[in-house]
Design a protein around this ligand. Structure first.
Ligand code: FAD
Length: 369
């Protein structure tokens, strides 16, 4: 795509870890960035979902962040990144330098609103904040992550709550909850991080989880459990089912910080409340807990609204994806979807998906002749 043309061979939707990893391999396999492939990202800046994560999150306090392929050529690695600065800033800075170094020419802001099958071409429409534009392409690689699709489960009375519902995606700073009674829902590291941060700020915190928390004896994620959680995601993606939660498979690593929180009694999860009332939550034994805020660390769903015109969704609730390729539409690929939804998975997806996209382009060219 050039400034006076809206034709390209590959459109990559999303410029997070998955989209950038795909871009790296597309370029390595010979495609010219900004011309033969175009990256459209909603932005506003570099960093994918990381740019929106809460202020207190540091590299190392979340799980491991794997380096993008070829990041070492810039003399950078997340292994040695600054752990005193917010992860959101460090990641955004690294990604921005990476995009510039490899000259990916990511288009921002470019919020894709729909992808339409127009016979031998796919039409990708995006808004740049001022108006809509459409790019015509052979192949689409969707790398839109999940951050834009926060999930809050329904509980009786949810909409009657007079306090604030806050999802992980909206949580910025513990100071916003000073003096409040806060109920935190969720069994993963985000919920735990919030509880530890809120301990000295909120009037009271209460932790609830939909399933018992499995604290792993090792400080690190259990690799076997991680592999089996990824396998569950893969199985669901291949069957076109809604994706299961990753945390349900991996457990929570018992780091020193988490163990100290358990010892202080901050990290004791109660089973889920049975309903929500205007001023708090009702436990199944009838007791009542006052709450000003309910923080929902209940995960995300893949962000796929813009693909609705392609009718990829199965009646089982998901889309059928195997090795990053849509089974229904072989010109649509997914990077960072399901089993690839981690920084390491996104990296691997980059290589696999870029190779398949190039193979599809060659096949389409042969068919044209
Ligand atoms: P994203 O980083 O979300 O990037 C997607 C990009 O697509 C964004 O830039 C977005 O703006 C863009 N986009 C979305 N929709 C559109 C659209 N319609 N049009 C145009 N652009 C669009 N993984 C780890 O490995 N280590 C961790 O420590 C870790 N911590 C996590 C903490 C939290 C709270 C969460 C929710 C996830 C965490 N993950 C972690 C998993 C995370 O999903 C991956 O790390 C990885 O960053 C995801 O990369 P991605 O490129 O798939 O998605």
């Amino acid at each position: 795509m050039t400034s006076d043309s809206t034709d390209t061979s590959v459109v990559v939707i999303g410029g997070g870890q998955a989209g950038l990893s795909v871009s790296y391999y597309l370029k390595r396999l010979g495609l010219d960035p900004g011309n033969e492939f175009v990256v459209l990202d909603r932005g506003p800046g570099s960093g994918g979902a990381w740019q929106f994560r809460w202020d207190a999150l540091r590299i190392g306090s979340a799980h491991r962040i794997n380096d993008l392929p070829g990041l070492d050529a810039l003399g950078l690695s997340f292994e040695t990144a600054d752990r005193t600065q917010p992860a959101k800033d460090v990641v955004a800075d690294y990604y921005e330098r990476y995009e510039r170094f490899y000259d990916f020419q990511v288009v921002r802001p470019a919020a894709v609103t729909q992808v339409v099958n127009a016979g031998d071409r796919m039409l990708v429409t995006f808004s740049d904040g001022e108006g809509e534009q459409t790019v015509s392409t052979d192949v689409v690689i969707n790398a839109t992550g999940t951050w834009g699709s926060p999930f809050i489960p329904w509980y009786p009375g949810r909409d009657s709550f007079a306090g604030r519902h806050v999802h992980t995606a909206e949580y910025a700073d513990a100071a916003d909850f000073a003096g409040k009674n806060v109920v935190v829902v969720g069994g993963g590291t985000s919920a735990i991080g919030f509880l530890l941060e809120l301990e000295s700020v909120a009037a009271e915190t209460t932790w609830v989880s939909r399933r018992p928390i499995e604290f792993l004896e090792d400080g690190e994620l259990n690799l076997e459990a991680r592999a089996s959680a990824v396998a569950m995601q893969d199985e669901a993606a291949r069957a076109g089912k809604a994706l299961p939660s990753i945390v349900s498979g991996t457990g929570v690593p018992r780091t020193r910080r988490i163990q100290a929180g358990i010892d202080r009694g901050v990290l004791t999860a109660r089973p889920m409340f049975s309903s929500i009332e205007p001023d708090g939550v009702r436990w199944s034994n009838g007791a009542f807990q006052e709450a000003d805020v309910i923080i929902w660390s209940t995960g995300f769903r893949p962000e796929l609204r813009h693909l609705a015109p392609l009718k990829l969704r199965e009646k089982e609730g998901g889309i059928m994806v195997a090795n990053g390729t849509s089974w229904k539409e072989p010109r649509i690929f997914f990077a960072g979807y399901g089993p690839q939804a981690s920084t390491i998975g996104a990296n691997r997806a980059g290589r696999t998906v870029a190779r398949q996209a190039i193979a599809t382009l060659s096949r389409l060219k042969r068919q044209e002749r």
